[in-house]
Every structure is written in structure tokens, then in C-alpha cells.
Design a binder for this molecule. Structure first.
Ligand code: GLA
Length: 727
């Protein structure tokens, strides 16, 4: 039993293989948090140390007990208005415009299996892999019920949290803020590791001490964003890859989010993960409910490496779905950096022919195949193949490519519309715009109102008509701007709910698409990694990691990405040199090794390469396929911090620790260069490992404790890939 309820003291304990989570319903019915961290047993309500604190308010039923204040007590779901002045998990505006919610325990249930969230992505599990705890909290005054959901995946050391807010009262309430997880720590000094960035430079590593005051990251773009990823690590001060306590919070959502950290007056720390409160005012009429997207929690007592692997496993096995969940991903070539908008059907066919000869599996025709799209100023919304440009129908192109032994895929951007399109001319009201104002543009495009079922239905029909034309097995689903002009022309719509309903609409569309085409493989994209999140991974088990394909930058981008997301989700390609984003020229060998830290592919015109390079690519593809299972399903270890160290290094270890792939790229070269030693991780210390290329044998312990020296070479970005096999 992963979930235990102790009736006498009203204590809930959730246990996983190595962690424990405990909470208590106190004498007044408030749900207090007691512990989350390493495995522990027994009642821990002795931790609650109540003292009278000045200016700490008391709820009415505790007015005679001045030592009782929600302002300092650790809580599971702190709602604003009851005397807790720290950041709240829930802020409700009542029918009389007051902002207050008094949530008390009403009931609970425990059942086998993992709860699901209506219309939202969430961790899924078999009946015997998970248990669920639902705790019902109620506000007697406004009739609001909050159902707190806890999913426990015992073997995986994962606990998920979500909340459903339901208006059972007679008046309207407005949800002004709602989180799915709150973690209150009674003591300790913590740091927050978060991942910030920009287009073409996503998920840079940042570590900040959590100090007094409120520190937050989030998004107001109705996409999880390039700028801040909705995954954070809360680490004990000084925790490292291999030591120290750390907690991961991963929001399974692709829209606006808010993650807050606050150290309070008593040096207690509160972490909240949930929906962004800015731009959010969600009205709930009597009987209506709102699902708050899920947060996945995991804890490691021994540093980041273990935490990352717990999240990797959870994402691979319990978030990603579909045909390729357990199969190696196809090695693809994408036409974007090969030809941008300038191609015809023959060019795509030629690319496919070359790809087939080099051993690839899939050719993707990127932007430019539909409407009159010759640049990014037109045709979004007109999802009909430009047969004049292609010289044939989509179906014919797909079948010619299939005959080469290759799969065929296309790019789409269903959420968008160009003003220069038939769709916009016919339905200008389908684009998000505020009446009486000029819209805000980005990439010269507007956003379709995906909160509206009629808009979604129309695009759905168009997309299905495209997919029905032939054997299209892959779709790259792009989203190339942030939302603005949050105003829907649909009757009864309300701006404060638009962002949430838009994302729900995107999810609804994707779910319908997968229901209709269960074998379709969708790769997510938003100008690269602008919507790289666990919500999208539920529908698109692979996401184009960044529009930056420069190998040196990619090492850093993929380093940040690896903290939560497994290599099987990371779209990563070898592109041409000089690189189109940075102008840097890095050897094909190094570019190959860097792209092999994800789902491998190419983004260049093979026709421009000489025979020797083609031969090298043939070898790279074969090499990747040999390691695909290890890379996509093995343990992953970061062996350096490329933001600080002069090299990037990472490794994959098979589940049985017998097969190992070490990757190293030297980022600096100097005169009279010092030797770089790379210490390995995750091996069996007493086992002997042989270098598959040289036959040299090493003890696992030696490789982990003393490391392995890299050659000193007079070459920028020299890279090494070392395969080890347990003897
Ligand atoms: C975005 C994507 C690119 C490419 C272009 C096409 O920027 O990230 O990979 O598909 O759109 O317009």
C-alpha cells in the first residue's frame, strides 16, 4: 500500500520506494503538510511547533489560541483569505467580490490506479503501478469544493498532484489563481535551479538561492515558452549531481504557468507550481468545475543525476504515448535548413533518395508545401497542398517516397493564420483580436481562436483531408508565436479564461487527431523549444529542441533540457556548416556526436556534400541505430557543466549496466593544452569494462573515481565517443 490513512490522528502518508510524503487534518479541519523527502515512517505531527507570533492572524475557531496561525503553519493547499499572507495556492473571488476561501477537510478516498484529468495531459499508469488519494476540501460559505488529487507511483519515486475546483454553491465565483502543488518546508536552506532562455538559446541553467521575499518564474505567452521552462529543481544548498537532497517539480502543461519560491519570516520555504495568475480570471458558475494541470514531484537524496533519471523514466513510461513509446525513433532528414521555402516535389524526392541511400528512415517536408506559401507572410490556415509547386499531389509524393523505402512526413502549424490567406478572408473573426484595436503581430501571423470548437473543427477537417491523401506517418506540429490580443469573438467568451481554454483546445485537437490516426507520430515544435514541456510530450513524444543547430550551443541547450526530459524526447539534428544560426563551423564528426544526444536526424541538403562526407554520414546513421536503444532508454548522466567547464560530456548506461556510451566534446583549446579527465558515472564499480574500439580494459571504479584522459589535440571542438562493454 503506497497510501495509508491513520484515522485516529487523521494523517495521510504516501510512500514510494525511497520517499515519503505526509499530511494531517488538524483539529480545525485544515490540511497541514508534515513531510516530503526521504523515506520515513510513523506520525510526524510532532514537527508542528506552534508559538504565538506577533501579527499572525488566527482563524475564528482558533481565536483563543494565538499560537495557531495559518501564516506560519505548513499547508497542503493554502487559500487566500484565512490569514496566510504568503503566496497562495488558491485565490478565489466570491460572488460579492470578496477574496476569501476557507477550505476544510470534508472526506477522502483512496483507490488503485492513477487518476486522470478531464481534457488535460497527465501521468498515466497501470492499475497495479499507482494509487490515488483524493481529498475533498470544502468552503461552507461559498459552496466551493476543492478536490486535491495525489497519484503515487511507488516504484518510480514519483508523486503527482493536481486539484479540481468545483463551484457547488449558488453564486458565481472567479478563480483568480490556482496552483496544483504547494510544498512547505519547515526548515532548511534551498536553492532553485531553473532553465531560462530565448529563441534559439533555450534552457540555460540558473541556480539561485531562495531568500526572503518572493522569487518567481513563469509564462504569460500561452505557451510554456523559450524564456522559462515549467520544470524546476529545489535543491538543498550545495547539492550537486551526486550528493544532496533535491526535489523536482515538473508542470504537465503547455500554457501560462507560475512557479514561486518564498522564504518566510520564520525561515520556512514555500514552493508553488501552477497556473499563471496574471491574465487569469476563470469564472465558475454553479455546478462548474476547473481542472488545474498536474505537477509531477520527485525527490532524490543523492543529487541531480538520480532526480533526472527518475523524471526521464516517468516521462518515457508514464507521459509519452503511442507507437514509438518503446521503439527507437526514426532517423529523419528535415527539409527546413536544407532548402527553407525553396523546393519542389522533385527536390523533396531527391532528398528522400539520398536519405534512403544513407540509411535514414524518414523525410520531412517542412514549411512551404501548402497554399501560396513562398515565405512566412502568407497561407497559414490554407492547408491544401500546392500541387503546382510540388508537381504532384501529396499522396503521389508520399507513395514515391515510400517506394524508396522511406517514411514521409510534413510540417503544419494548425493554430495560426496569415492575414494573406483564404481562411482569414472568410473568417477574420476566427483570429484573436481585440475589437477596435490593431492586433499585435509576430512573424506576420495571427493566432486562431482555438478555444472555439467551431474553429478547431474547421482546421481539423482541413488537416484530416491532408493526412488522408496518402501515407503520411509523421507530422511536425509547429507554433511560431506567443499569444497576445486575448479576446475571443465567440458569444459568452471571457478574456480571463481564454488562455486556459486555448490550451485546452490545442489538447483537444491533438487528442482527436491521435484517436483518428493512432499510428501518426507527431513531433512538437514552437520555433524550436518554445513549448518543450511535459504537457506536449503526452501528445508529441518528441519535440524539436531548438532552432539553434550549432553543435557548441546545442551542448548547452541539451544540457539544460536533460534535467527533466529524456533524450528520446529531444529532437536533435546535424546541420550544415557554417551553421545558419551562429556562422560557426564544427566538424561533421562532432556535429554527429552532439545530435546523438537526442533523436537523431539531419537538417541539410545531402546533395551539397562530397562522397567522403556522405560516407561519414552513412557511418553516423549506422552508429546511431546501433546505440538508439541505449540512448533513448538508458540511464543518462551529465559528466560536466558546459556553462562552467571547458568541455561538454554526457553518457548513457544500459539498465543492466553492461553497455555504455560516453560522449565528450572539448569546448576550449589553448596553447600547451592541459589534459581533460572525464569521470564516469553509473557503472558497476567492481566490473571490468572494455573499450569496444581499442580493447583496453578498465575497472568501473577506476573510471568513476579517477576518470579517463582525453587526448590533447590541436583542434577546436574535438569530440570523442567511447563505447564500453562490461566484460
Ligand atoms: C519554426 C521551426 C523551424 C521551421 C520553421 C518553418 O521556426 O522551429 O524548424 O519548421 O518554423 O517556418
Amino acid at each position: 500500500m503506497a497510501i495509508h490513512y491513520e484515522q485516529k490522528n487523521r494523517i495521510f502518508t504516501l510512500q514510494t520506494a525511497h520517499t515519503a510524503y505526509q499530511m494531517k487534518v488538524d483539529a480545525y479541519g485544515f490540511l497541514l503538510h508534515l513531510h516530503y523527502g526521504g523515506w520515513a515512517e510513523g506520525n510526524m505531527d510532532y514537527l508542528l511547533a506552534n508559538y504565538e507570533r506577533g501579527f499572525c492572524s488566527n482563524p475564528a475557531d482558533a481565536r483563543k489560541d494565538r499560537s495557531y496561525s495559518l501564516d506560519v503553519l505548513p499547508q497542503e493547499y493554502p487559500a487566500f483569505g484565512m490569514g496566510d499572507y504568503r503566496s497562495s495556492a488558491l485565490v478565489l473571488r466570491n460572488a460579492d467580490e470578496s477574496e476569501c476561501c476557507d477550505l476544510r477537510y470534508a472526506s477522502h478516498s483512496i483507490y488503485k490506479g492513477k487518476y486522470a484529468l478531464k481534457g488535460l495531459p497527465a501521468v498515466y499508469a497501470q492499475e497495479d503501478e499507482a494509487e490515488t488519494l483524493e481529498i475533498m476540501l470544502e468552503d461552507a460559505a461559498n459552496g466551493v469544493h476543492v478536490r486535491l488529487l495525489y497519484g503515487v507511483l511507488e516504484d518510480d519515486d514519483v508523486i503527482t498532484r493536481s486539484a479540481v475546483i468545483c463551484n457547488q454553491g449558488n453564486g458565481k465565483v472567479v478563480v483568480e489563481k490556482a496552483a496544483s502543488a504547494c510544498l512547505d518546508f519547515l526548515h532548511g536552506d534551498y536553492e532553485m535551479v531553473s532553465f531560462y532562455g530565448r529563441h534559439a538559446m533555450e534552457r540555460n541553467f540558473q541556480r539561485t538561492e531562495i531568500r526572503h521575499g518572493n522569487y518567481s518564474i513563469g509564462s504569460r505567452r500561452t505557451a510554456s515558452s523559450h524564456q522559462y521552462n515549467p520544470g524546476v529543481v529545489v535543491a538543498q544548498k550545495g547539492a550537486s549531481e551526486d550528493a544532496g537532497s533535491c526535489y523536482g517539480l515538473l508542470f504537465v502543461y503547455s500554457g501560462n504557468f507560475l512557479c514561486e519560491a518564498e522564504k518566510d519570516q520564520l525561515n520556512q520555504t514555500r514552493i508553488l507550481m501552477g497556473l499563471q495568475s496574471d491574465l487569469f480570471h476563470y469564472p465558475l458558475g454553479p455546478g462548474e468545475e476547473l481542472y488545474i494541470p498536474e505537477t509531477v514531484l520527485s525527490y532524490s537524496a543523492t543529487g541531480f543525476a538520480k532526480l533526472s533519471n527518475q523524471f526521464h523514466h516517468c516521462i518515457r513510461r508514464h507521459i509519452c504515448r503511442g507507437r514509438y513509446t518503446h521503439q527507437p525513433r526514426p532517423v529523419l532528414v528535415n527539409s527546413w535548413e536544407a532548402s527553407y521555402f525553396s523546393f519542389d516535389g522533385e527536390a523533396i524526392y531527391r532528398l528522400a533518395g539520398q536519405a534512403a541511400a544513407l540509411g535514414l528512415d524518414l523525410v520531412v517536408m517542412d514549411d512551404g508545401w501548402f497554399g501560396k506559401r513562398e515565405n512566412d507572410h502568407s497561407s497559414l490556415g490554407d492547408w491544401q497542398a500546392n500541387e503546382e509547386k510540388l508537381g504532384c499531389t501529396l499522396g503521389e509524393l508520399a507513395s514515391r517516397i515510400n517506394k524508396l523505402g522511406l517514411k514521409f512526413g510534413i510540417w503544419i502549424e494548425p493554430e495560426m493564420v496569415s492575414e494573406d490567406s483564404r481562411l482569414y478572408r472568410e473568417h477574420p473573426d476566427w483570429a484573436l483580436q481585440i475589437p477596435g484595436r490593431s492586433p499585435v503581430y509576430c512573424r506576420d501571423q495571427l493566432v486562431l481562436d482555438f478555444s472555439r470548437p467551431d474553429v478547431r473543427d474547421s482546421i481539423f477537417e482541413q488537416v484530416c483531408a491532408v493526412l488522408d491523401q496518402g501515407n503520411i506517418e509523421y507530422v511536425k506540429w509547429d507554433m511560431n508565436r506567443s499569444l497576445s490580443d486575448l479576446y475571443s469573438q465567440a458569444p459568452g467568451s471571457f478574456p480571463g479564461k481564454l488562455s486556459y481554454d486555448y490550451v485546452a483546445g490545442v489538447y483537444d485537437f491533438l487528442e482527436r487527431l491521435l484517436e483518428r490516426y493512432p499510428y501518426l507520430f507527431i513531433e512538437g515544435c514552437s520555433g524550436g523549444g518554445g513549448r518543450f514541456d511535459a504537457g506536449m510530450l503526452y501528445y508529441t513524444p518528441q519535440i524539436w529542441c531548438s532552432d539553434n543547430t550549432d553543435a557548441a550551443d546545442r551542448i548547452r541547450i541539451q544540457y539544460g533540457t536533460s534535467f527533466f526530459y529524456p533524450a528520446s524526447t529531444v529532437g536533435s539534428h546535424v546541420s550544415a556548416v557554417p551553421n545558419h544560426q551562429t556562422g560557426r563551423s564544427i566538424s561533421l564528426h562532432t556535429r554527429g556526436i552532439v545530435a546523438m544526444a537526442g533523436t537523431f536526424g539531419y537538417e541539410l541538403d545531402f546533395g551539397t556534400l562530397g562522397d567522403a562526407q556522405k560516407e561519414e554520414i552513412r557511418r553516423q546513421v549506422a552508429q546511431y541505430k546501433k546505440f538508439a536503444d541505449l540512448i533513448q532508454h538508458g540511464y543518462y548522466y551529465r559528466l560536466s557543466n558546459p556553462f562552467e567547464d571547458g568541455y561538454g560530456a554526457w553518457m548513457f548506461v544500459s539498465k543492466n549496466k553492461k553497455h555504455v556510451l560516453v560522449n565528450v566534446v572539448l569546448l576550449e583549446v589553448h596553447g600547451n593544452m592541459t589534459v581533460t579527465y572525464v569521470r564516469l558515472k553509473g557503472l558497476s564499480p567492481h566490473a571490468v569494462y572494455a573499450d569496444a574500439a581499442t580493447g583496453t580494459c578498465y575497472y568501473g571504479s577506476a573510471l568513476m573515481e579517477a576518470g579517463i584522459p582525453m587526448p590533447v589535440e590541436k583542434e577546436e571542438y574535438a569530440a570523442y565517443q567511447i563505447e564500453l562493454r562490461k566484460c
